[in-house]
Design a protein around this ligand. Sequence first.
Ligand code: 2BA
Length: 110
Amino acid sequence: MKLIVAIVQDEDASRLVGKLMDAGFGVTKLATTGGFLRAGNTTLLAGVDDNRLDDAMAVIEKVCKSRKQMATAPTSMAGVGGASYSPYPIEVMVGGATVFVLPVEQFVKL
Ligand code: 2BA
């Protein structure tokens, strides 16, 4: 078994959860925040059997779109009291999905 950790954009999250559930996968949805943009995104946890990993990845790839996002990103100059922010908006291309696949040592429901 594998654990898929997929960081996706909020806009894609509900549809992706629906499609994964329709395909028979169990999913947990977490509200998360990206470290660079400091904006909300969504992290999905899905435990999948090894022989269904490719199916789950295909669903994620189909649903998640890359988008340009304007952001006032933190600069590397740390000011008093924390990171400072550039006054100029920058354009970044945000995935798709950032996906980690981890081996699962044990899966139990108690
Ligand atoms: P954020 O950290 O808010 O990053 C949003 C987007 O900003 C990134 O999109 C990338 O296009 C850009 N970006 C990030 N760091 C940058 C930098 N130092 N300089 C210039 N541009 C930068 P994605 O790469 O698609 O990442 C989307 C979200 O996935 C990230 O949101 C973060 O929450 C997560 N993520 C990405 N890589 C990760 C990693 N190695 N470990 C954990 N989470 C990760």
